[in-house]
Ligand binder design. Structure first.
Ligand code: SF4
Length: 393
């Protein structure tokens, strides 16, 4: 795969008269600038197992040829790093790794990538006696040494447990967490970073990114509605946030997160490009806020961490089974793994999160039980019927 071999699909919008992008710093990801001096870049993420070299390389090619400017890969182990080294030999794509708990892997992955994303909410699980500031310093030193960009990736599904004083207000927790980590990076004199503040609720994404843009006008923003789910609702949710933000000049790079089979993952990239070009042509499809009265299905876009390949099919079956509940005001979450599964399902009326050989079923934050992939859908249906009757929906 070669950088010159794909069509140029970058969306150059900085000179359009209609929308004035907010003026930010430039963050360098190899030859790509994220910030007002560059185009709005589009990102996506491999859903394949990182160690499945053939599948992951194929996935990167699919995303890259369809115009993804940066492609994310999840790395959780030394074996993943070894796979990454092999993948690197086969692609020129700009790669970003997603480090969740294993911040120490930053050094090992650095020679193979252009950017590292870390999640402030996940820096607590390992080495509990090491202060978070020290862990961030480690990542920053690696980034500096290898000329990498960083993303502080705050996610409402895995918020920083240390921000307990704002409990119950995820927007305040997320903003406080971002501010804390910006402080760490700025104190270290490191500025080659972007921030993302993602929620599965587009209204939250809209609010928190608007507030952030006012607080930190100079810091480039990576936009995302996480776990937007399946089409068509995944597009609706994403447009609600992106159209409103992009039209106000907010957003320097973005990812559309959709639950899709691997072979269709590039739809994320195509939709992202379509939304950007629609906004810059004045074509809006969304309403100012996401006022959705009926059934709301949140499902993660899947990635290499997905615990069982049956996840996408399960999400699809849930969507089909729940058609008859379309008018009921219920939120159902379907998540692929333990990283965001437990947190993101807490706020749903009923949540499923996948383990290797079973599916955890939750009602709010309470675990109702663990069921096989074959039996879970009718059990979910019974629980939905119970909720409808209990609440008189
Ligand atoms: S919930 Fe797990 S499988 Fe789904 S996108 Fe997040 S990390 Fe990947």
């Amino acid at each position: 795969m070669n950088d010159n071999s794909r069509p140029s699909l970058l969306t150059t919008v900085s000179d359009t008269p209609r929308i004035r992008r907010r003026k930010t710093r430039s963050v360098k990801v190899r030859d790509l600038i994220i910030g007002s001096e560059g185009p709005i870049s589009v990102q996506s993420m491999c859903a394949t197992k990182t160690q499945d070299l053939a599948a992951t390389t194929r996935q990167i090619l699919l995303l890259w040829e369809n115009g993804a400017d940066i492609i994310r890969i999840a790395i959780d182990s030394r074996r993943d790093v070894e796979a990454l080294a092999e993948i690197r030999k086969q692609t020129d794509a700009r790669l970003v790794v997603d480090l969740q708990e294993s911040y120490k892997l930053a050094k090992a992955v650095a020679p193979f990538v252009q950017k590292i994303r870390y999640n402030p909410g996940h820096l607590y699980h390992h080495e509990k006696d090491t202060p978070v500031r020290e862990k961030v310093k480690y990542i920053v030193n690696v980034a500096r040494e290898h000329d990498l960009a960083l993303r502080i990736g705050v996610n409402f599904g895995s918020l920083d447990p240390a921000q307990a004083e704002h409990e119950g207000d995820p927007i305040e927790v997320a903003l406080t967490s971002a501010k804390e980590h910006i402080g760490y990076l700025e104190d270290l004199g490191f500025t080659n970073y972007v921030v993302s503040l993602k929620s599965s609720d587009p209204n939250d994404v809209l609010e928190i990114n608007s507030r952030f843009a006012e607080l930190y006008p100079e810091i480039p923003l990576h936009l995302g509605v996480t776990e937007a789910g399946m089409l068509p609702m995944g597009e609706v949710k994403t447009r609600v946030a992106f159209e409103n933000l992009l039209a106000r000049g907010i957003g320097d790079t973005l990812r559309v997160s959709l639950t899709l089979p691997h072979a269709e993952k590039h739809q994320e990239v195509l939709l992202a490009k379509k939304i950007i070009s629609d906004v810059y042509a004045g074509r809006f499809r969304s309403v100012p806020r996401f006022e959705h009265d009926g059934l709301n299905i949140i499902s993660c876009p899947s990635c290499s961490r997905v615990e069982n390949e049956a996840f996408v099919e399960l999400a699809q079956k849930v969507k089909e089974m729940t058609h008859e509940f379309a008018a009921k005001k219920l939120t159902i979450a379907v998540m692929g793994c333990r990283v965001n599964g437990p947190g993101e399902t807490d706020d749903a009326d009923l949540g499923l999160w996948c383990a290797p050989s079973h599916v955890n079923l939750k009602k709010g934050s309470a675990l109702l039980g663990q069921f096989s992939y074959d039996e879970i859908v009718p059990i979910l249906r019974r629980e939905m019927e119970k909720l409808v009757s209990e609440r008189g929906l």
